[in-house]
Each structure stands twice: as C-alpha cells, then as structure tokens.
Design a protein around this ligand. Structure first.
Ligand SMILES: C[S@@+](CC[C@H](N)C(=O)[O-])C[C@H]1O[C@@H](n2cnc3c(N)ncnc32)[C@H](O)[C@@H]1O
Length: 201
C-alpha cells in the first residue's frame, strides 16, 4: 500500500486550483489494495483538473483510463474563476501518462452510449460528473452496461446534500435508487461519503 509520502510525490509537480478528492485516498488505498495489480480498464465520469484520474493511474499501475468530462463544470462550479482553464490543467497534469489516458470531451450520456456502441468495457468506474439526481441515475445505468462481472463502481458525494440540487435529491437519492434496483446483482463494499459496489453478474 502506498504511504502518504509516496502519494504526495504523485501530485508534487501538478497544477490544481481545488481539491475535493484527496480526503478519499486513505479509503481508496484500503478498499482497492487487493485489486491493485489486476485493474486494467478504468472509466471516469467527471475529471475536472485530473486529481482522481492521477490517483487511479498511479495506484493501478497496469491500468488505462477513459475520462469523460464536458470541461464546462457542473451547476455548482459556475462561479469558479478557474473554470475556463480546467481542461488545459487536465491536459497538462495528465500529459506524462500518454496513451494510458483517453479524454472524451462530451456530455456523459452521449459518451457512455458511444462507448457501449464501440463495444468497450471497464473493470473499474468512478462516477463523479453531474450531481443532479436524474443525471446520476442515467450515468449509473449506462455505466452498468459497460461494467464487467466483478467490476467496481464508485460514486462520489453520496453523503453530500448540495444546495442547488436538494430539491431533486442529489446523488444520495440516485445511488439509493440504483442500488435498490440492482440489489440482487451487486455487493456493497463500502458506504460513507462515497459508495463502492462490486458487480456480481
Ligand atoms: C466534482 S468535478 C470532478 C472532480 C474530479 N473527479 C477530481 O478528482 O478532481 C465534476 C466534473 O464533472 C463534469 N460534468 C458535470 N456534468 C457533466 C456531464 N453531464 N457530463 C460530463 N461531465 C460533466 C464537470 O465539468 C466537472 O469537471
């Protein structure tokens, strides 16, 4: 398992203006340790400046990642003064990983549908794009189709109630709907600020 100093080194020369992600690193190290060597194809919905993608590429040494983002920010980011440069920061931060990274600048629903049409599949998925309830439900359903048996699916922000989406129940409601619908086909690995499940079928 990487120690905190090693993880700090992964991010030493990177350029970020925000950090919503590193608080999850200790849990990710613990939960995903047994999959470190065998995880190969990662799907990420919502990449921003690339912090979670860098963690996954460093932690899962043999993996490649497909990152889907509009790079326009969600509703919660619209006042962010750095919004116009998030894609440039993503590009610079991820450049050293070369062909291990596939960037898709798109609405997630369009991109996920295209990946399915192209016959793609993934053994790890991180859902951290739009935080609106219905978008998260659709992202989850489309991700499910792309996930292999045994794949891990992670949702961020399960425990966050966002002022702008409280009326539609935000991520929490969406993940509850999805995990209820697929209760017979998943194993819940962890529930906290994030939710982690394994696809069993
Ligand atoms: C919370 S940020 C992702 C943070 C990132 N995982 C990290 O570790 O820093 C959410 C991202 O989702 C993107 N996004 C929001 N709605 C989207 C949609 N419908 N399709 C694709 N990307 C979307 C935003 O542009 C933003 O970059």
């Amino acid at each position: 398992m990487p120690d905190p100093t090693e993880i700090d080194r992964w991010f030493a020369d990177k350029d970020f203006t925000s950090d919503w992600t590193s608080r999850a690193f200790p849990d990710w190290c613990r939960i995903f340790e047994s999959r470190r060597e065998r995880t190969e194809r990662i799907l990420e919905i919502g990449s921003w400046q690339g912090r979670s993608a860098i963690f996954f590429l460093e932690f899962f040494r043999h993996a490649s990642i497909t990152c889907i983002d509009t790079f326009e920010g969600g509703t919660e980011h619209q006042g962010d003064p750095h919004l116009a440069s998030i894609e440039q920061r993503f590009d610079r931060n991820l450049a050293p990983y070369g062909s291990r990274v596939t960037k898709i600048r798109s609405e997630s629903i369009v991109a996920l549908h295209a990946l399915e049409k192209a016959g793609q599949s993934f053994d790890f998925a991180y859902i951290d794009g739009s935080h609106r309830r219905d978008d998260v439900i659709i992202d989850s359903l489309l991700t499910w189709r792309l996930a292999t048996k045994g794949a891990i699916i992670v949702w961020d922000d399960y425990a966050r109630i966002q002022p702008d989406t409280v009326s539609d129940g935000s991520v929490n409601m969406a993940v509850k709907v999805f995990t209820t619908l697929y209760a017979d086909s998943i194993k819940i690995i962890d529930i906290g600020y994030q939710v982690v499940v394994e696809k069993r079928v």
